[in-house]
Design a protein around this ligand. Structure first.
Ligand SMILES: Cc1cc2nc3c(=O)[nH]c(=O)nc-3n(C[C@H](O)[C@H](O)[C@H](O)COP(=O)(O)O)c2cc1C
Length: 253
């Protein structure tokens, strides 16, 4: 049996949260990086006895489009899947339902699902410092409950929250741009999951292609890529209510 961790994590919060769960299943994990726009995802030899922890961030209450496309190319061959929607302290809306649909269509067998909070990747004033020690303890307990459920070999279909048609999401008007600190090293272009930054001219952004995932801001060694504060500040104020308080992590079995 192989344990896979299948991740789309532009700024690392999804990966950090998923790792807290995954390490409870196996110390030896094969990572599949859904950020890699050049990988051949159809070539991974999943088997029915394998376990896949599939973690994506919630973008507008949905699964990020490149993650949907890349999972759709996989051949799950009946491998078990634990679904994880990581969110920035607002809500996951239809993320788990969409993830369940795309994984099922690709031939995976969903056995458990969870929603978990990580610091908001655009507005770090929400979900600040999460996942924290309390999240860690909760995720360890979730892992235990998932193991017990898997031992039962239940044939019941997994319930996850969400409704169809999915919440419409057409992106957000927050596209990071390079400022005068850009030294054209190209790190951002190499890490962009959708190829929105030309390698030969990395201080530009193709805003039609950019999904605002913030990978470029996280990977820039100069901290030279940013969303304009003129856009960010009012958006942060508008979201204070919906992103306030401490949102719980939730497990679905
Ligand atoms: C474009 C975009 C849309 C987002 N939409 C939501 C959302 O609808 N609900 C929410 O709670 N968090 C939302 N977030 C926050 C992320 O889901 C959260 O910060 C996640 O941990 C980011 O994962 P990463 O650190 O692996 O990139 C959004 C973030 C981005 C970049």
């Amino acid at each position: 049996m192989t344990t896979y961790e299948i991740l789309f994590s532009p700024t690392g919060g999804t990966m950090k949260t998923a790792n807290l769960l995954t390490k409870e299943f196996s110390p030896d994990v094969r990572v599949v990086d859904l950020m890699d726009r050049k990988a051949d995802f159809s070539a991974i030899p999943f088997r029915p006895e394998d376990l896949c922890i599939v973690a994506v961030p919630s973008f507008g209450g949905r699964v990020p489009v490149p993650a949907v496309k890349r999972i759709s190319r996989m051949q799950g061959n009946g491998a078990k899947a634990i679904l994880m929607a990581v969110f920035g302290n607002r809500a996951i809306d239809d993320t788990l339902l969409e993830l369940k649909e795309v994984l099922t269509q690709a031939g995976f067998q969903p056995v458990a699902a969870l929603e978990a909070v990580a610091q908001h990747s655009i507005m770090p004033q929400f979900g600040t410092g999460r996942p924290d020690n309390r999240d860690h303890r909760e995720l360890m307990s979730f892992a235990q409950q998932i193991k017990e459920k898997m031992a039962e070999e239940s044939a019941e279909e997994l319930y996850v929250p969400g409704s169809f048609p999915y919440r419409p999401y057409n992106g957000i008007p927050m596209k990071p741009k390079a400022d005068h600190g850009c030294v054209r090293c190209g790190h951002c272009a190499r890490h962009c999951p959708v190829g929105a930054i030309p390698l030969e001219d990395p201080n530009r952004t193709n805003t039609q292609v950019c999904i605002s995932c913030m990978a470029c801001t996280a990977f820039c060694p100069q901290r030279a890529r940013k969303v304009s504060p003129l856009v960010l500040l009012p958006a942060g104020l508008a979201m204070r209510k919906s992103c306030g308080g401490r949102k719980p992590n939730k497990l679905y079995l």
